[in-house]
Design a protein around this ligand. Structure first.
Ligand SMILES: [Ca+2]
Ligand SMILES: [Ca+2]
Ligand SMILES: [Ca+2]
Length: 334
């Protein structure tokens, strides 16, 4: 009897030590729970971790399988893009220069135009879409690196977005027209093509006019869809398919634990930050050059935050997101 009890105690202690080892492993990264401050406080409350341990995304994180799709962030600084490929702030970034190909009002949009798993730049300019399918070895993007497609009316103001609307692994272009709230999406991505009709014309709700458009695979079904950020209330509105109708979900993206961001000083990106299998909007605070990325839609117990860039320069930069490196573990990024 006594020996059995001792065995039970040993087993219990072993389970507890494994549990606390995992807790240490988790808190050793830069993951933080809502109970933590923005400093390097890595204390994690027991209660919050009990629920975290049962989270499916965290069990994925702890697995040893190489991560095949982890999105990261970067900055478009007008004449170049810097891509964050590791945790080190501003170190180990990849930098690509646009040479002389950019014009004043060009808008950049990142996407995987050839379906090889790596996101590369596209430039939208007045009815023309210029896209780069692979990064040049000399880090300078020049005319020979660029393919051209025609989409959208010239002399019309659009904000470009990118997504794989049909799930064929290739991203293609979408154009949001702020004055009408319409999204014009095409499935076609091809060099030297004139695309004169959108595959989908979508309006969210009663027309999301003058909003900030975003795109992503919010529900993890392998197809991207659209959404928008409303800077009047700090909320994102996300739709799970590319048909008109009400948003499937909406929630505040300005609150991260004790930190409440100014809804007018943030810019929105989206991505799958931990190989959780779906995309979630992320936020870039231009006043501090800090990215705030959450694991889940709505209230998220685990979020990432880190500084990237320099607010003196990057308050004018455009945050970007995509898969820069095909195989990477999120631990190396966040
Ligand atoms: Ca690609
Ligand atoms: Ca596609
Ligand atoms: Ca989807």
């Amino acid at each position: 009897m006594k020996e059995k009890t001792t065995n039970k105690i040993i087993i219990l202690l072993s389970i507890l030590s494994i549990f606390f080892f995992l807790i240490g492993f988790i808190s050793g990264g830069s993951l933080f729970s809502l109970n933590q401050s923005r400093s390097n406080d890595t204390s994690v409350s027991f209660s919050s971790n009990v629920s975290l341990m049962s989270s499916p995304s965290l069990s994925k994180l702890l697995s040893v399988t190489p991560k095949v799709k982890v999105d990261s962030v970067g900055l478009y600084r007008r004449n170049n893009i810097v891509l964050r490929v590791s945790k080190s702030n501003n170190i180990d970034s990849r930098v690509y220069y646009f040479g002389s190909i950019l014009e004043q009002d060009d808008k950049i949009v990142m996407g995987d135009w050839n379906g090889d798993g790596v996101s590369t730049p596209g430039i939208y300019r007045n009815g023309n879409f210029y896209f780069v399918e692979s990064y040049p070895a000399d880090n300078i993007i020049s005319e020979e690196d660029v393919s051209t497609m025609i989409f959208g009316n010239p002399n019309t103001y659009y904000v470009p977005i990118a997504g794989d609307w049909d799930g064929d692994t290739k991203d293609s272009l979408g154009l949001y027209k702020p004055d009408t709230g319409e999204f014009f999406l095409t499935d076609i991505i091809a060099s030297d093509r004139i695309v004169d009709q959108a595959t989908y014309i979508v309006v969210i709700g009663s027309g999301a006019i003058n909003k900030i458009p975003i795109s992503g695979d919010w529900d993890g079904d392998g197809r991207d869809s659209i959404g928008y950020y409303d800077s009047s209330n700090g909320k994102v509105y996300l739709k799970n398919d590319v048909t008109s109708g009400l948003a499937d979900m909406y929630y505040d993206v300005t609150t991260y634990g004790n930190v409440v961001l100014d809804k007018n000083n943030i810019k929105i990106i989206s991505g799958d930050w931990s190989n959780q299998g779906f995309d979630v909007p992320g936020v870039y605070d231009i006043t501090t050059s800090t990215f705030f990325l959450r694991y889940n839609h709505g209230f998220s117990l685990i979020n990432y935050f880190f500084t990237y860039g320099d607010p003196r320069i990057d308050q004018y930069s455009v945050p970007i997101a995509g898969t820069w490196v095909k195989v990477i573990d999120p631990i190396n990024l966040y």
